[in-house]
Design a protein around this ligand. Structure first.
Ligand code: PLP
Length: 440
């Protein structure tokens, strides 16, 4: 009892010695962000080193023949070598059965989809569906009577709001294909009841990851189409084991740089020591990244790749939990004003390692330089592309597309780094929009 009284009075004395002004200062210090750098790249691979090694050993241990398809109650799953190869297979098939294929499509796609569509569909037969001003939903459908396919690419790790699609589908009878690689949760196979085919990728930084491979879901009512697509894939040349082995080897530097914080730390030090430009290096690395294959993708997956895919097919839940948790934390540090200006599409959590921000076109270079000075690795839109022809209203998408920047992936960042990143964005926004000079 005596001892307790002693301790209490010591505490009171201590409090007396610290003025209330100082207490406030200490509280502020406690709240101050404790880091000044971010040890994360603009991309992340949800994969442990053991899993990485297992993809190599699968090349030797895979003996079993896996089926390239599975039949479920309402849908058929078809497995392929790459998402882009599967899109090409679909488009080849539809150009065969429909004369003069006409499509309606969202304006922005992954480069491979943009190129695939332009390869198989005449420019004058590609009609653009307008997006809403938040770039997260469909706004206006083209006024056309004939439409064979609707091709939708979801963006930013969430599904588009497909308002208006039901009417358009009913009027034209079009088949709906979606690129769900950057779409919402894989707990559902299709983003809506209206979709007929949904395509996914299991490549490097996708969900789930097998360091290669892809799959699609097609509704049971399109069994005939499914049979034809399967037949085409079965006749593709088999992916050679040597090719898979070399592709895996090429992914090692990227894996280390994206996932191992120690390596990222070393990398940032070396860049500083050699006085190199971090932004130039990051962008060049992404463009020339040895881990991202760019050609020869109409193949049949090897046994090793099939085994890797079957092991990881169910991983998406843990990945989505991680992405969602980190996304919501980051979001909690952003004001509504910031969200409206820089993340207008936010509706659900972004279920992707890509942490995307939108910067008004006229400030993009300023933003890139600002982040570069803060030693934060960012990349100017490496994913989304517009079509190579012009159409009415394309300025809106050109402006939006050139304002997309990838920030460091939240998945590999700790709490303090996430606060630091949000703080940097806030400071930049204040400089640009409120003419306030940042303190550091
Ligand atoms: C949105 C989107 N669609 C399609 C693809 C192509 O996937 P794959 O590499 O399996 O062909 C990617 C890959 O980066 C992507 O991000």
């Amino acid at each position: 009892m005596e001892r307790q009284t002693e301790v209490k009075s010591e505490a009171i004395q201590l409090q007396k010695r610290i003025s209330s002004k100082e207490i406030k200062k200490y509280q502020k210090l406690e709240n101050q962000i404790k880091v000044r750098e971010i040890l994360a790249a603009p991309d992340y691979l949800y994969l442990s080193s053991t899993e990485f090694i297992q993809h190599f050993t699968n090349l030797i241990t895979a003996k079993e023949e896996h089926n390239l398809w599975e039949s479920h109650k309402d849908y058929i799953k078809i497995i392929g070598y790459a998402n882009r190869g599967m899109l090409e297979t679909c488009l080849k098939y539809f150009t065969k059965i429909k004369d003069d294929l006409v499509i309606a499509t969202t304006p922005l796609h992954h480069t491979s989809w943009r190129d695939g569509i332009e390869k198989f569909v005449k420019h004058e037969n590609i009609h653009i569906i307008d997006l809403n001003d938040s770039f997260n939903g469909l706004e206006k459908f083209p006024d056309i009577q004939k439409c064979d396919l609707v091709i939708i690419t979801h963006m930013f790790g969430q599904d588009f709001d497909l308002t208006g699609l039901a009417k358009f589908k009913e009027r034209t009878g079009a088949i709906i294909i979606e690129d769900r690689v950057q779409g919402g949760t894989l707990d559902i196979k299709f983003s809506s009841d209206l979709t007929d085919l949904a395509l996914y990728s299991m490549a490097m930084d996708k969900r789930p990851i097998a360091l290669g491979g892809a799959f699609l879901y097609i509704r049971k009512e399109h069994e005939e189409i499914a049979k034809n697509l399967l037949e085409m894939i079965m006749h593709y040349p088999l992916e050679p084991i040597r090719k898979r082995f070399i592709d895996l080897l090429k992914k090692i530097p990227t894996y280390l740089l994206y996932n191992q914080r120690g390596i990222t730390f070393l990398f940032l030090r070396i860049i500083k020591m050699l006085k190199l430009n971090l932004l130039d290096f990051t962008n060049t690395y992404r463009k020339k990244n040895p881990g991202f294959e760019r050609n020869n993708f109409t193949l049949k997956p090897s046994k090793g790749l099939m085994k890797s895919m079957s092991q990881h097919y169910h991983d998406h839940r843990n990945m989505e939990n991680l992405y969602e948790k980190k996304h919501m934390l980051f979001r909690s540090y952003l004001s509504n004003d910031l969200i409206q200006r820089h993340f207008p599409w936010y509706r659900e959590a972004a279920l992707t390692p890509y942490n995307t921000i939108y910067i008004d076109e006229k400030y993009v270079n300023k933003f890139l330089r600002f982040m570069n000075r803060s030693d934060i690795c960012i990349i100017h839109n490496p994913t989304y592309k517009m079509f190579n022809f012009s159409y009415p209203g394309d300025e809106k998408y050109s402006k939006f597309n050139s304002g997309i920047v990838y920030l460091p992936s939240l998945a590999n960042m700790n709490h303090e780094e996430i606060r630091y990143l949000a703080d940097r964005i806030d400071r930049f926004d204040k400089v640009v929009y409120k003419n306030q000079i940042p303190q550091n």
